[in-house]
Design a protein around this ligand. Structure first.
Ligand SMILES: [Zn+2]
Length: 397
């Protein structure tokens, strides 16, 4: 909309229209002029682990923005770095929260209105307290052995019984969390009407493990003492396996979804499950590119997420849009912008509140300065999805 106006009162959008009409109807309102700017909804970061913001890998190759080791080597290093941080810092927990809050504030300054956040530490649920950007925290549980399944079950019971602890749990991934635990977590989330978010089909090694029980993941699990032989290899693709467990529905977000076959995508579409893409993380770990066109062709509008500092060069949603455009030049800039806003809001069940500028929704809007000449609406989306972090922006109000 050219020469448009947005009426905001009490934290909500009251009306949207041409400036002339709006001025006539709402003449008594204070007017803020955002000349040479585009007004937009806040961005939605559909997948992040704020609690990993302190991790910087020594193996980073910052010139090429990628990790050189195998996927399972990266997981090992991530766990080693986490342990090392605790050994080297007596005040580790506080430092981790400080790093996480700094990252959150940066994202807020970059126009992110909402973050879907996943963490393993209970203290991470406090990261989003009193911040402009809303954080929806999920406590991640994992473990493939019978012993860890019993622990997960006890943890779920304790969390449900603690009225002061208003959080929901989520499973890590099909290769790391037992089927019984995945089902129990999903059941509990369902009772609380909460979202479940699970890493799915991030690497081909995951698919290999679920299909055949062999490969790097099996070795990794044995090496970590996380294999007791009780996990039955499903011999199915990741989504087909999760669907057999009955946990794929419209309140399940499948994160990454890089290595999907047609049957997997059909299930996601049929169940109206949500997909969250993390192009920056996928590029950093060299795991491949998600079949984004196929998702769109099946009526799935994915969300977009940064993932964490453990698997990304920086956590910037403008950059994620740019990387997605680079990886998939066939996808329209409008669709990519839609993913970073409406797609994320739909995935996290908050599209009635944010994700687009519409009357009745929250007034968490931002103004982005034009860069270059704008001749058509298409030019605007082109600019927004290719500018990366060079954009100049501010929150409205
Ligand atoms: Zn993740």
């Amino acid at each position: 909309m050219e020469d448009g106006a947005l009426v905001v009162a009490g934290g909500l959008i009251r009306a949207i229209g041409g400036y002339g009409e709006i001025k006539k109807e709402f003449g008594q309102y204070k007017t803020l002029d955002h000349d040479s700017s585009i007004l937009l909804p806040g961005l939605i970061n559909g997948h992040c682990h704020l609690e990993l913001s302190h991790l910087v890998f020594p193996e980073h190759d910052r010139d090429n923005n990628c990790y050189h080791g195998a996927f399972t080597t990266w997981i090992k290093e991530l766990l080693t770095e986490r342990e090392r941080f605790f050994q080297e810092n007596a005040d580790a927990e506080n430092l981790i929260l400080q790093h996480a809050r700094q990252t959150l504030q940066h994202m807020s300054a970059d126009g992110v209105a909402f973050i879907g956040d996943v963490g393993n530490s209970l203290s991470s649920r406090t990261i989003g307290e009193d911040q402009k950007t809303r954080v929806y925290f999920l406590l991640e549980l994992l473990g493939l052995t019978k012993e860890s399944e019993a622990k997960t079950s006890a943890r779920l019971e304790n969390i449900a019984a603690d009225a002061a602890l208003d959080i929901s749990c989520t499973p890590h991934a099909p290769y790391s969390t037992s089927p019984g635990s995945i089902q129990a977590i999903k059941r509990q989330a369902g009772r609380q009407n909460q979202i479940v978010s699970i890493h799915v089909a991030e690497s081909w090694q995951e698919v290999e493990f679920l299909q055949s029980g062999a490969g790097a993941f099996k070795e990794f699990l044995c090496e970590r003492g996380a294999w007791d032989g009780t996990f039955t290899i499903p011999a199915l693709g990741p989504v087909q396996y999760l669907n057999r467990l009955g946990v794929i529905d419209s309140r399940t977000i499948c994160v990454h979804c890089v290595h999907m076959d047609r049957a997997d995508i059909n299930i996601l579409a049929e169940k109206k499950a949500k997909v969250c893409l993390c192009p920056g993380s996928n590029r950093f770990l060299g795991v491949g590119k998600a079949p984004v066109t196929e998702f769109l062709d099946h009526g799935i509008l994915p969300a977009l997420g940064t993932d964490s500092m453990a698997s990304n060069q920086e956590l910037n949603m403008w950059r994620e849009m740019r990387l997605l455009r680079e990886d998939h030049p066939e996808i329209s800039p409008e669709s990519v912008f839609d993913m970073a806003t409406r797609g994320g809001a739909e995935a996290w069940g908050i599209s009635a509140e944010i994700g687009s500028l519409e009357p009745g929704k929250q007034s968490l809007a931002q103004a982005v300065m034009y860069q270059g000449k704008i001749n058509s609406p298409g030019d605007i989306f082109e600019m927004l999805t290719t500018a990366g972090d060079s954009l100049q922006r501010e929150w409205l109000g």
